[in-house]
Design a binder for this molecule. Structure first.
Ligand code: TRP
Ligand code: ZN
Length: 885
């Protein structure tokens, strides 16, 4: 906890470090009631900072300093200055060694940052600024060092001792203890340091790189989970191969390890050669993990592995550049997932997520640029903007340069900056230099926050056979108050003729047409593009594949959207036309609800989705996506003022109408797919995901009809499914149904069967926390008393509190403010022991601007109450104070 007001840190104040650390030698002595860390740092003055020997200011927090020697001279208390976050020393020569010993308390570290214990094992999390809770250090990513680490611990409790790099020696010690030494030959910043000590088993495999080296692969887990590692191992090998084939990147050490831990603030961490994962991002097998969980494991394994190049070999100069590694690595893992599964479906899911959640962040009080200019607490900037929008920005460079040009750029980037700590500007410069292009204006995507709007209008001149599209871009004001200049917006588009075929695209001034789908760059506030030889009034298909993270508007009629749904050659835009149609229909229902009218739904939505459902030639995963109506959170995001009750009522009404009208088609699809599922062993592959996705969305619609044969089918699926995907959907439809006895029975059976599997119990909590039926808050409060719940475990908090406040909008936003009060109480509690989780759980309250004045007042009242609650972490302080500014 802080003693002074946290202060703002600015990118413009960046200065290179005064000193460098060439070598870092660490010895950890791990005990049950404390641990000792001995550090020997081989240091020198940074020549880039000139002559002179300024004070050496080391970062350190929550450390008990036992001894310190500078250049082999033991220091006494008058030789240095110590405060709660720094140790200041006074070197007398340009090169020296520094020895420190500190005592720390991993056994009582609940913040899960630095060295801590999870389920009896020791593990670390150092990104972004956790290493300073382990030893005194220059804890900043531009200080890179060669690490050697010795771990000493009790042999019986901690038979496995791991750190980064290669194992070089090990042996027995005194009093039943043993030790192991690891050496990492690559220079790295401290945030990539890792240590693990525990009673772990491992699954082993190996990978032969493209140059013929054999790499040992190991996934370490608690013994009872040894049967849940194969999917992660397969994913790892696929990732390694893919990065060689797609980016020419080969793995560089002789061993690559993943360790699964149960208590983890995020998904996973790319520590050099020793990735540490939330167990939810590693463990997966048919009986216990859904298809979505399998795909998440595959994506996170890939993401962390890809960081070995985009993040570790080339790292960030400072934390303002976080998107340099995160945006790029998300872009890389999305490319991988697209190649492993369906590219269009992956794109649909990513865009739906971005539009719902990143756009909301961009419109809220924490809005920031992909490369922020200031922060109080860097942990608050591991955001959807840095990750997902950052990936979109890299994706736009890919779109502008083409696959080959992009690869030339990434090759140059890795070659030029290998072993360095660099900036987003360096990344863009490599792209520019490799392709001979100027991306100066494009770089506004890194510095300007907010979601640009792009309003498009058309005009057709039949006599001249010309068709013009006029684009007007603007960007709303954000808290950073930066004046917004026009972005470079790549718009992929096509023009459909009256039969739905793509027309040849020739811009006025061009000699020849350039295909039927092409990318144009909108670079001005207002800009018109005129196509020639257009022999009939076309229908434009705009922003294909979501080629830029903007809010595009074009005055489509519902019939035109239905036409695009059927005929657009771009799969993403076929889905998006369906979403736009659904949004129009839902907004009409919302207005009816607000005016107290009886709800009457436009039949065209039924017709359109009925056509999709009847088409056996379509990819079933696409059908499932098209049947999914825009979520309440998305409808909230696109509202000026979100009417919680009207949105919920309208969407539920539409779902009921669709279920009733399309019953026969849904039932047929359900039965066909369920019978294939019954006859087929579980396979974690694309076409099987697709079949189950359609089966499950069909079941969730069908259940709304309350027909006895559907109830029987849900119970049958719940009882006899051989996999969690089918079982959990069956549980969810029962939980959301009025069949109280069947619901209670299913919940009880499920809990009894899976009580010993924490990750499955997380799903059991989530299904209930997310149920929109009345009484949500009471259910959540009761579940917090369940023996499987534990507030100290972030996965449990996310499963119950996160699912309630983030997904169960109708219950969380109860008009009496009870949901807000509950969340604020929780945040105050969490702030006391895990600031990162406290701050993240707070996000729903920061969205107050979207709601009516009564709810706004209640939400702000709770934020005020948190602010006044006393000892705030810098994490919570920053979010609360910006939200109330
Ligand atoms: N670099 C991690 C990633 O792959 C992010 C991360 C893991 C993290 N654990 C963390 C960030 C703890 C902040 C705090 O995306
Ligand atoms: Zn990452």
């Amino acid at each position: 906890m802080r003693t002074e007001q946290p202060k703002m840190i600015y990118l413009k104040d960046y200065q290179a470090p005064e000193y460098l650390i060439d070598e870092t030698h660490l010895t950890f002595e791990l005990f049950e009631d404390h641990s000792l860390v001995h550090a020997q740092l081989v240091m020198r003055r940074n020549p880039a900072r000139g002559a002179g020997l300024p004070p050496l200011v080391l970062d350190g927090q929550q450390l008990e300093l036992l001894s310190v020697s500078l250049a082999d001279q033991p220091l006494s208390a008058d030789d240095y200055q110590l405060d709660d976050s720094h140790l200041t020393l006074h070197p007398t020569s340009a090169s020296f060694t520094l020895d420190t010993s500190v005592k720390i308390h991993p056994e009582s570290n609940t913040a899960l940052e630095g060295l801590y214990k999870s389920s009896g094992m020791f593990c670390t999390q150092c990104e972004a600024e956790g290493f300073r809770k382990i030893t005194y250090y220059l804890d900043r990513p531009d200080v890179m060092s060669k690490f050697t680490t010795t771990v000493v611990a009790e042999q019986h409790r901690y038979p496995v001792l791991l750190s980064n790099g290669n194992p070089i020696a090990s042996g027995p010690g005194e009093d039943g203890r043993h030790w192991a030494t690891w050496e990492d030959p690559f220079m790295k910043p401290a945030y990539l340091f890792a240590l693990v000590a525990g009673d772990l088993w491992c699954v082993e495999d190996s990978f032969r790189t493209q140059s013929g080296r054999d790499v040992a692969l190991r996934i370490y887990v608690e013994p009872e989970n040894i049967d849940k590692c194969q999917h992660a191992m397969n994913s790892l090998k696929k990732s390694m191969r893919w990065d060689e084939e797609t980016y020419g990147r080969e793995y560089d050490l002789d061993i690559f390890m993943i360790v699964a831990v149960n208590d983890f603030n995020m998904g996973a961490m790319e520590n050099k050669g020793l990735n540490i994962f939330n167990s939810s991002a590693v463990l997966a097998r048919a009986e216990t993990a859904t298809d979505a969980a399998h795909q998440r494991v595959e994506a996170i394994v890939a993401h962390e592995y890809f960081h070995n190049w985009s993040g570790n070999r080339v790292t960030c100069r400072d934390w303002f550049q976080l998107s340099l590694k995160e945006g790029f690595t998300v872009f890389r893992d999305a490319g991988f997932s697209s190649d492993m599964n369906s590219r269009t479906v992956k794109r649909i899911q990513d865009v739906a997520y971005l539009r719902t959640h990143q756009f909301a962040e961009d419109a809220g009080p924490m809005a920031h640029a992909v490369r922020p200019e200031s922060f109080i607490e860097i942990s608050n900037f591991y955001t959807l903007t840095v990750y997902e929008k950052g990936s979109e920005v890299v994706g736009m460079i890919h779109t502008l340069l083409g696959a080959e040009g992009f690869r030339k750029g990434s090759d140059l980037y890795f070659e030029r900056h290998d072993g360095q700590a660099v900036t987003c500007d360096d990344f863009v410069k490599a792209m520019e230099d490799a392709n001979g292009v100027d991306l100066t204006q494009f770089k506004r995507w890194y510095s300007q926050a907010g979601t640009p709007r792009l309003a498009v209008s058309e005009s057709y001149d039949a006599a001249a056979k010309t068709y013009s599209l006029t684009f007007r871009q603007s960007c709303p004001q954000t808290p950073d108050k930066v004046e917004k200049l026009p972005f470079v917006i790549p718009v992929e588009l096509g023009l459909l003729d009256s039969k739905g075929a793509g027309m040849a695209l020739r811009l006025s001034g061009e000699n020849a047409a350039q295909g039927t789908s092409r990318v144009i760059s909108v670079t001005e506030a207002e800009q018109t593009f005129t196509f020639v030889d257009i022999t009939e009034q076309p229908l434009p298909s705009l922003l294909r594949g979501f080629s830029a993270p903007v809010k595009l508007s074009f005055p489509y009629s519902r019939d035109q959207l239905m036409f695009l749904m059927q005929h657009d050659s771009d799969g993403f835009n076929r889905w998006d036309a369906g979403q736009q149609l659904a949004v129009q229909v839902l907004q009409e229902l919302i207005a009816q609800h607000q005016q107290g009218q009886a709800l009457v739904m436009d039949e065209r939505l039924v017709t359109a989705l009925g056509t999709v459902l009847a088409d056996d030639s379509l990819d079933q995963a696409m059908v499932a996506e098209m049947l999914s109506l825009p979520g309440e959170a998305y409808l909230t995001e696109i509202s000026e003022v979100a009417d919680v009750e009207a949105i919920h009522a309208a969407r539920e009404f539409a779902r009921q109408q669709l279920a009733d009208s399309l019953f026969d088609a849904l039932w047929k699809r359900y039965q066909t797919n369920r019978s294939v599922s019954k006859a087929t062993a579980y396979v974690a592959e694309s076409e099987h995901f697709a079949r189950r996705a359609l089966q499950n969305i069909a079941l969730s619609y069908l259940m709304l009809t309350h027909k006895p044969e559907v109830l029987a089918a849900a119970i049958e699926q719940f009882d006899s499914a051989d996999n969690m995907t089918e079982r959990l959907t069956a549980l969810a439809v029962l939980v959301n149904s009025p069949f109280e006895a069947e619901k209670a029975q299913a919940l009880a059976v499920f809990a009894e069967n899976f009580k010993d599997n924490a990750l499955v119990m997380d799903q059991w909590f989530s299904v209930q926390a997310g149920s929109p039926l009345p009484g949500g808050l009471e259910r959540v409060k009761a579940l917090m008393q369940h023996p499987a719940f534990n507030l100290k475990n972030p996965n449990k908090v996310r499963a119950l509190v996160g699912a309630f406040a983030g997904q169960n909008l109708i219950n969380f936003h109860a008009a009496d403010g009870s949901g807000y009060r509950f969340l604020a109480d929780l945040v105050i509690q969490l702030n006391g022991f895990n600031p990162q989780i406290a701050s993240r759980q707070l996000a729903p309250l920061t969205r107050w601007r979207k709601y009516d004045s009564a709810r706004q007042a209640l939400m702000k009242g709770e934020l005020e109450r948190i602010r006044a609650s006393g000892d705030l972490s810098s994490d919570v302080f920053e979010v609360v104070s910006k939200s109330l500014a």
